[in-house]
Ligand binder design. Structure first.
Ligand SMILES: NC(=O)c1ccc[n+]([C@@H]2O[C@H](COP(=O)([O-])OP(=O)(O)OC[C@H]3O[C@@H](n4cnc5c(N)ncnc54)[C@H](O)[C@@H]3O)[C@@H](O)[C@H]2O)c1
Length: 354
């Protein structure tokens, strides 16, 4: 497993009692990984929709089930709560979980506003509890490899990053495609560049459901000079998960739909030669080897869940902590303002996330 973050500490035999709230599309993936992690003694699954619970209970008959979130709060044996419900409910559920003394994991996007996120972060800090956000891609082998390559200057100076995350559906009823899909790309960009953009502008349109944009084009500028573009859509003929990173030395393509060779590094570029005489203008294009680095092979969600449990057991701060969740939400808020104001250039609120 990739180094750089703590997974289950080998020198501890501690076990955690956990609850997963929200057993719709994503919650069962958390449950599967918690079951497989063998770090949990007791797992309670909670959903206010009985049908969802009965589907999960058929698959995992030995877990505990409830439709009542208050039961979890009142259960003193539960150390940690993982929230995989729609984003509008994240703040209310996480606040109650923290107030009940539970370490808390919240799926992406962290909250619907920076204000809510700050309140949760301050609450967790004041109570000494772990608060982690589900930025799953930051635990994924190709994303970690890219981070390593950028940090080692393997691509030279990064010029720009362009990302496409499109497919047909699944249309959400409560959030736009920007709040649904863009958190993945934004968390990766912020992780790779170790910066939050200063300015963004965006265009988004609702074609299928009135008032809920299903296509979004987001442009970002980072303090170090990198520019980036993120395209998200639920309205596209085929599934694309592709990121291109262009640097002064090399270029990289990351295709998450590939089974092997997800990352390819192209020794391609263009060099500008200083003119020796007036009127001389020379560019030389390079085209060398294409290399696909070896990647570790494990499920990112498993690494993420193990890291959360390890943080609960050790008190270590999660890599994707509340601040990292807040950075993404602050960009999403700026993107939304831009769309509302006819693609205005918006600043990202840096004061709350410094
Ligand atoms: N990390 C990832 O890669 C990833 C992938 C998909 C979804 N997600 C995130 O997971 C969360 C859930 O998404 P989903 O697609 O599973 O949604 P979903 O609508 O399929 O499931 C949500 C479930 O939560 C339940 N629920 C709602 N309010 C509740 C409450 N107060 N108490 C108990 N149960 C409640 C609903 O009945 C439903 O079963 C979202 O935040 C989403 O962005 C993350």
């Amino acid at each position: 497993m990739e180094k750089g973050f703590t997974v289950f500490p080998l020198d501890m035999d501690g076990l955690v009692d956990v609850a997963v709230v929200g057993c719709g599309y994503w919650g069962p993936n958390l449950i599967r990984n918690l079951v497989e992690s063998k770090t949990c003694r007791k797992i309670i699954c909670c959903d206010n929709n009985n049908e969802q619970l009965s589907k999960v209970s058929k698959r995992y008959p030995n877990l505990f089930y409830t439709t009542d979130f208050e039961e979890i709060l009142a259960d003193g044996s539960i150390n940690a709560v993982l929230i995989a419900t729609p984003v509008a409910t994240h703040f209310g559920l996480a606040k109650k979980a923290l107030q009940a003394g539970k370490h808390t994991f919240v799926e992406k996007p962290f909250t619907t506003s920076v204000e809510e996120g700050v309140e949760l972060m301050e609450l967790a800090n004041s109570l000494g509890l772990t608060l982690m956000v589900g930025h799953t891609f930051e635990y994924s082998p190709p994303v970690l490899k890219i981070k390593e390559l950028i940090s080692a200057q393997e691509l030279g100076t990064v010029y720009y990053i362009s990302s496409t995350r499109v497919n047909l559906g699944l249309h959400q009823r409560d959030v736009s495609v920007i709040w649904d899909l863009a958190p993945h790309d934004l968390s990766m960009l912020l992780f790779w560049l170790e910066e939050t953009p200063t300015r963004v502008f965006a265009m988004g349109k609702a074609f299928v459901q009135k008032g809920i944009p299903d296509v979004g084009f987001i442009s970002l500028e980072f303090p170090g000079g990198v520019i980036a573009h993120v395209q998200v859509s639920w309205l596209s003929p085929s599934k694309l998960r592709r990121t291109t990173i262009v640097g002064s030395g090399k270029m990289l393509m990351y295709d998450d739909t590939e089974h092997i060779e997800k990352v390819k590094i192209f020794d391609k570029g263009v060099d500008f030669k200083e003119p020796q005489s007036f009127g001389e203008f020379q560019l030389s294009y390079r085209s060398g080897d294409i290399v696909s680095p070896k990647l570790d092979s494990y499920e990112p969600l498993r690494a993420e869940v193990d890291h959360f449990l390890a943080c609960v057991l050790t008190g270590e701060s999660p890599r994707t902590d509340a601040k990292s969740g807040l950075r993404v939400v602050s960009v999403l808020e700026a993107v939304e303002r831009s769309i509302r104001n006819g693609s205005s250039v918006e600043c990202v609120a840096h004061d709350v996330i410094a």
